[in-house]
Design a protein around this ligand. Structure first.
Ligand code: NIG
Ligand code: FE
Length: 411
């Protein structure tokens, strides 16, 4: 199927020479073609340019995008969309004064979700997760990372990752899976932390690798969860099986997680709500992508990742949702981008770069996603009629997406 999109008001993130990521001052530049066309052949972007240079392309379908913005679909590099049930009671408990930490200490939080997930059959878990994936696809997400970590037993962790694998097979969008067995110490190992970490290392990671269920290995490096030493043990074990580190750090406390990520060549270090100067400095000159999750800050009322300091230090930054039942029950990348502009003082150009090409980088998909480049996947957003792309984060409460194209097909 060949599709021509014509009369595009603004075609965003056009990269003739594709980049893997953008950093520092480069993030302020979002390459835009005004009055453009885009030609899709099958599942990839075949051509694009100015309307005045429109070649005589044969097409099966023509879409008129007058007054509209066309851009790469969002690349959401950090989610936990495979989960069972919800935790709205904890949300109410927090409104009534309990903290996220207090709820976790009472057996709520991640352990609450783990209990629910262990009791949920794989088919049912798939159904609930597929519904979330479909929702975020209609919200413009065209590539996604999915973590395990609500299983916390070998069986339940594998169940989660099999569901992620099935989502990938059935929905056809790029899905990357991350093994997050080190998300919390399960209740049964409360007095035997080492026993649980040994279980992760000796049983879970080899099984995940044997079934080819994940590309990445993650750990929640945080006070009350996993220490830097424990995180390192898990990352080393994952690396021995070919899993690349991509970790949760500095959400509530700066305990040296960023340093662990850098030491182990993590693809990304995510959260970063609490950053010391040394945590920013250690990222300089590395290939590790810092990832901010503003919807999590919004929902938990915790600090926002200091985007200005990170970008002004010359570093790149990616934006993702963190979609999960506890800290971020939302997978809306449009809200993420708007919140980054409104609360983190990122410019629309920076935020869109962070949510497309840098998000693609943070899940190893820079070569196929995240920009309008010939040969890349035709995963695109077409907005409704808007004055220009800055209107997207500005009018933050409205849905501006008119159509989403994934693999060259309208969804
Ligand atoms: O990324 N920080 C750790 N994990 C999740 C939240 C876990 C939960 O509360 O269920 C996060 O925010
Ligand atoms: Fe997370």
């Amino acid at each position: 199927m060949k599709v021509l999109i014509r009369n595009i008001k603004q075609l965003l993130q056009v990269r003739d020479n594709p980049v893997r990521k953008v950093s520092g001052k480069e993030m302020k530049t979002l390459p835009v073609l005004e009055n453009a066309f885009l030609f899709i052949d099958g599942d990839h972007i075949a051509d694009y340019g100015k309307m005045e240079d429109l070649p005589n392309h044969e097409s099966d379908e023509i879409i008129d995008a007058s007054g509209r913005v066309v851009m790469p679909a969002w690349c959401d590099s950090h989610t936990h969309i495979v989960y069972a049930g919800n935790r709205e009671q904890e949300f109410v408990d927090r409104i009534n004064g309990l903290t996220y930490e207090e709820i976790a200490n009472r057996g709520g939080g991640i352990l609450n979700s783990a209990k629910k997930l262990q009791d949920t059959p794989e088919e049912e878990l798939y159904k609930q997760s597929a519904k979330r994936l479909e929702e975020v696809m209609t919200l413009g997400t065209g590539a996604i990372e999915i973590k395990s970590g609500y299983g916390l037993t070998p069986d339940a962790e594998l169940k989660m990752l099999r569901v992620a694998k099935k989502l990938k097979a059935n929905y056809g969008i790029p899905v990357k899976a991350t093994f997050l067995g080190a998300h919390a110490i399960p209740a049964t190992y409360r007095n035997d932390r080492k026993g649980y970490i040994d279980l992760i290392i000796n049983e879970m990671i080899p099984a995940v690798a044997r079934e080819g269920l994940a590309e990445y290995v993650d750990a929640f490096c945080e006070k009350g969860y996993f220490t830097t030493e424990e995180t390192e043990r898990v990352l080393e074990a994952g690396k021995a099986f070919g899993l690349i580190p991509k970790i949760h750090v500095n959400q509530f406390h700066a305990i040296g997680g960023v340093q662990v990520g850098v030491k182990h060549n993590a693809l990304s270090v995510d959260h970063l709500e609490v950053m010391r100067e040394e945590d920013i400095k250690v990222l300089k000159g590395t290939e590790t992508m810092p990832v901010a999750l503003p919807s999590c800050s919004y929902f938990l009322s915790i600090p926002y990742t200091p985007a200005r300091q990170i970008i002004d230090a010359g570093l790149p930054l990616a934006l993702a949702t963190d979609y999960n039942p506890g800290s971020t029950p939302s997978g809306n990348m449009n809200f993420v981008v708007a919140t980054a502009c409104i609360k983190m003082r990122m410019t629309p150009e920076e935020a869109i770069n962070a949510a497309t090409i840098n998000g693609a980088y943070a899940m190893g998909l820079s070569d196929t996603c995240g920009s309008i480049s010939r040969g890349k996947k035709a995963n695109l957003i077409i907005t409704g009629e808007i004055p220009g792309y800055a209107y997207l984060p500005y009018a933050f409460g409205s849905n501006h997406i008119e159509r989403v194209i994934l693999n060259g097909k309208l969804i």
